[in-house]
Design a protein around this ligand. Structure first.
Ligand SMILES: O=c1[nH]c(=O)c2[nH]c(=O)[nH]c2[nH]1
Length: 296
């Protein structure tokens, strides 16, 4: 008889909005998230024997996501994710691991007549702040934080030459190209023994997110890039330095190509090399460069 090799289940795409109202100033602050929560444990019989006695309904998991958002702060998302994962371990003896993913969407405060508006916000890009937390019975809480969907482009300051040239190579070497990518950056924290250890020094999470974002953009802008590989390694090194409690930093960067267009067939128009001004952005195929950098 085949057996269950692995199983987890839960609710995905739970959209949550929370408002904080400062009673003294009248300033409101909003958080919008998409949450996924999956449970693992002694649940095999629900698959093999139709035994629903081991099933915490996914509808109840959804309710729990809302209730924990009401009971606890949702900022930083690492803290909320830790509370949520630990709840399932504490509440259901047969659940051995709870996996929570939180995607935080941007609502940036509007500036109106030069002043921050107390309750109006705008979406200033598709970038999200992501957190994946897992609580495992007897093994504490692991947390991975990240930035996804930060779209960046530099119009010069990037080269790519010296790569393998053989009978499969048609790409010319370049000393000046456009570099664009959609940043997916993550940093994995050394494991936390308990939720209390997550709470203790909780400011580390916002600080690391701010540092990672600033380092990514500053390095992208200032580095005379030899390749996506080298630039992402430089970014990773700096994030490890800036966030000492992290163990690993990873990037996954698509190389979003912009091709030169030869227009010389039209009245001898010059639009290549140093005369290139009009380019064709490519939607695919694209390079995809990944790395994880760990402390030595
Ligand atoms: O930065 C780059 N890395 C590559 O590995 C690569 N490959 C390629 O065709 N262009 C680029 N650019």
């Amino acid at each position: 008889m085949p057996s269950i090799a692995s199983a987890r289940y839960g609710k995905d795409n739970v959209r949550v909005y929370k408002v904080h109202r400062d009673q003294e100033t009248g300033v409101q602050t909003v958080t919008e998230m998409t949450v996924c929560c999956l449970l693992e444990g002694e649940i095999e019989t629900s698959y093999t024997e139709a035994d629903n006695s081991v099933v915490v309904a996914t509808d109840s998991i959804k309710n729990t996501i809302y209730i924990k958002a009401k009971e606890h702060p949702v900022n930083p998302p690492e803290l909320y994710a830790a509370y949520l994962t630990q709840h399932f371990i504490d509440t259901y003896p047969h659940i051995t691991s709870a996996h929570v993913k939180v995607i935080v969407h941007r609502w940036t405060r509007m500036t109106v007549d030069g002043a921050p508006h107390p309750h109006s916000f705008f979406r200033d890009g598709q970038e999200t702040r992501n957190v994946e937390a897992t609580a495992t019975r007897g093994a504490g809480i692991t947390i991975k934080s990240g930035i996804v969907g930060l779209l960046v482009l530099k119009s010069t300051g990037s080269a790519f030459h010296g790569f393998v040239r053989d009978e499969y190579t048609s790409l010319p070497e370049t000393w000046d190209r456009i570099l664009s990518t959609d940043v997916d950056c993550s940093w994995t924290w050394a494991p936390f023994a308990t939720v209390a250890a997550v709470v203790d020094g909780v400011e580390r999470f916002d600080k690391a997110w701010e540092s990672a974002r600033a380092i990514t953009m500053k390095t992208f802008a200032l580095d005379e890039s030899a390749s996506v590989q080298n630039t992402m390694y430089k970014m990773s090194q700096q994030i490890l330095d800036a966030a000492p409690e992290t163990a690993v930093v990873g990037y996954s960067l698509p190389n979003k190509h912009y091709f030169e267009i030869d227009l010389s067939w039209h009245k001898g128009m010059k639009n290549t090399g140093k005369d290139a001004e009009v380019y064709a952005p490519q939607s695919g195929p694209n390079g995809l460069i990944k790395c994880e950098v760990a402390r030595s």
